[in-house]
Write a protein that binds this ligand. Structure first.
Ligand code: ADP
Ligand code: MG
Length: 289
């Protein structure tokens, strides 16, 4: 069995038994393979954050199970802390969790709790800082002296320093400027490439998701609406639109061209792909050399 995560009939209800009762996740079942990069999309309030918080035991399912490597994460509730090391979670606005006097100590906090000491700990901290693009001289600074983007990277470094088997990021680039977003995004991609660990990324950016995800999970009104390859999901643009979602702009443009009779294939996801297709088409027609 190679899947790292299995969700079985997973549900979560907020305020159970109160007038504000809300089923935020409703009967979700799925499996995720080791090493996959999964994009998670869905309208605001569709249940994305609630779903991912159940995967590392931050909140307990109202019904159903989360299996990590085939074992229910709540089978031994006293060991739930170990699960949080194995399934690392980066929340929205993680910089609010920075609290140590130096960036170094902040990044070291997680791996230290996981039992790393001495050289091993030092290596883990420096490697994680490098992954997130923090310069070594930043490690001695107070986290409060960093810019917004740097703080975000320090917080993320603290999670990846624990080398979680599964890394979950809940809208990690929200609130950053375009440059900061691009830097952070490419660092996440590099981390996945180099480590081969499983990554789950919740994002509003269809462009980002299209560039990296092997598969996409779509949440809609607390339900799992779709789970399929990135190409297959973005080929269902009309359905996505009814859920308040869009396909990447370049995918849409290519669909419009195709509808107008231009001979382009379905499922173009990135500008680079589109460029390749269009330039070979122009070459064929003798309009480009
Ligand atoms: N702490 C909470 N207490 C009560 N309801 C909540 C809480 N957090 C989220 N919800 C509700 O649960 C639903 C799903 O929220 P959430 O998982 O945050 O969705 P998303 O991350 O997709 O925006 C929404 O209707 C939201 O209002
Ligand atoms: Mg959310």
């Amino acid at each position: 069995m190679s899947h790292i995560l299995e969700l079985r009939n997973l549900s979560f209800i907020y305020g159970k038994g109160t007038p504000f009762e809300k089923k935020a996740v409703d009967d979700v079942s799925l499996t995720i393979e080791k090493g996959e990069f999964i994009g998670i999309i869905g309208h605001t309030g569709s249940g994305k954050s609630t779903l991912v918080q159940m995967l590392n035991g931050l909140i307990t399912p109202s019904e159903g199970q989360v299996l990590l490597d085939g074992k229910d994460i709540w089978s031994e509730p006293k060991k739930i802390r170990d699960i949080r090391f194995r399934v690392g979670m980066v929340f929205q606005y993680p910089e609010y969790q920075l609290f140590e006097e130096t960036v170094y100590k902040d990044i070291a906090f997680g791996p230290q709790n996981r039992g790393l000491t001495g050289d091993e700990l030092d290596k883990a901290v420096r490697k994680a800082a490098e992954f997130t693009g923090l310069r070594p001289d930043m490690l001695d600074k107070s986290p409060f002296d960093l810019s917004g983007g740097e703080k975000r990277r320090a917080a993320i470094a603290g999670v990846i320093a624990m080398e979680p088997e599964v890394l979950i990021l809940d809208e990690p680039t929200a609130g950053l400027d375009p440059m900061g977003r691009e830097i952070l995004f490419s660092q996440i991609v590099n981390y996945h490439k180099e480590k081969g660990n499983t990554v789950l990324l919740v994002s509003h950016s269809m462009e980002d998701i299209a560039r990296v995800a092997d598969r996409i999970l779509v949440m809609n009104h607390s339900h799992l609406a779709m789970l399929d390859t990135t190409k297959a999901i973005f080929a269902r643009g009309d359905e996505l639109e009814t859920m308040g979602l869009k396909v990447p702009q370049i995918t849409k443009i290519m669909q419009v061209l195709k509808a107008k009779g231009v001979d382009v294939p379905d499922g173009i996801l990135t500008v680079d792909e589109a460029l390749e297709v269009l330039s070979s088409l122009l070459k064929k027609e003798g309009k480009l050399w």
